[in-house]
Design a protein around this ligand. Sequence first.
Ligand code: ATP
Ligand code: MG
Ligand code: FE
Length: 345
Amino acid sequence: MIVMGIESSCDETGVGIVELRDDGTCVQLADEVASSVDQHARFGGVVPEVASRAHLEAIVPTMRRALAAAGVAKPDALAVTIGPGLAGALLVGVAAAKAYAAAWDVPFYALNHLGGHVAVDTLEHGPMPPCVALLVSGGHTHLLRVSELSAPIVELGSTVDDAAGEAFDKVARLLGLGFPGGPALDAAAQDGNPSAIAFPRGMTGPRDSRNDFSFSGLKTAVARYVEAQERAGAALSIPDIAASFQEAVADVLTMKAVRAAHDAGIDTLVLGGGATANSRIRSMAEQRCADAGLTLRIPKPRLCTDNGVMIAALGAHVVAGGAGPSQLTAATDPGLSVSTSQVFA
Ligand code: ATP
Ligand code: MG
Ligand code: FE
């Protein structure tokens, strides 16, 4: 069975196609992404109206490219991100998915974007056992308990303020590294000393919640450090600040994720979401999982950031799990929670 996935929740227009085999495995046939990131750079962040217009222009050509790449005329099922995300941006992908599902007369699946960030790992690493997942992106930071990809996900904890990706973007902006900030900060940190500055590890005190995160204090600590250095007329080492900040984020994320898996008696940790493209988060997770005897699964960086094939992969698991399909009247939900069911009536 061929499943197409459409993603338009932020600034990436993604269309992916997978084949769901009879043995339950899922194989990637196409992964086309058109990004409007360059159009947002001069504003220093994603402008929702600009993103919506870019999706409108890109959606049909991106679908055509994906079909051509996969060598199929039409899929057997169509899956789309129904939320969470930017309201206008979501509408474009959902309207396209409904129109094509009706025209092609194929079932339509309205899916949770966040589940897609976890499901995409199956394309590289095969069927997913029950696991703890750490989802870290521009808008979300969650620790999750995943029993089955087609079932509702249980949220173990989340950030109480900024998402980790948002902290990367804001600190990058403060350091003059431009937009998008995460990749630029990662690059700058390569030449820095991660122990040059002892930035705080938020929410790691003995009385703090074990599975929740906080990154706004860290962001403020970086701003204060920069101010103090400037006031003292001292030189600023951007690579050292970037490396020390990145070390603090990676330290808290990986420590809590490994501990959550241990607490739950689970031996597999899955990482997903745009910020898990970060080189230090990946290397520290590898080290700590090896030390703790956990199996670590992280998709390649290209599949960590928003794309359509992650929605196609989740769609395939939902189809295989026997849920759905959704009604063509399903409405977009910009504030959809991660623990809400993966498929919507
Ligand atoms: P969601 O709706 O799932 O929150 P999103 O719209 O933020 O997703 P993603 O592509 O999942 O989009 O994640 C983008 C985020 O990932 C941005 O904050 C970006 O800075 C961050 N990011 C990407 N690459 C890196 C990197 N190498 N290091 C750190 N952060 C990164
Ligand atoms: Mg993006
Ligand atoms: Fe995302």
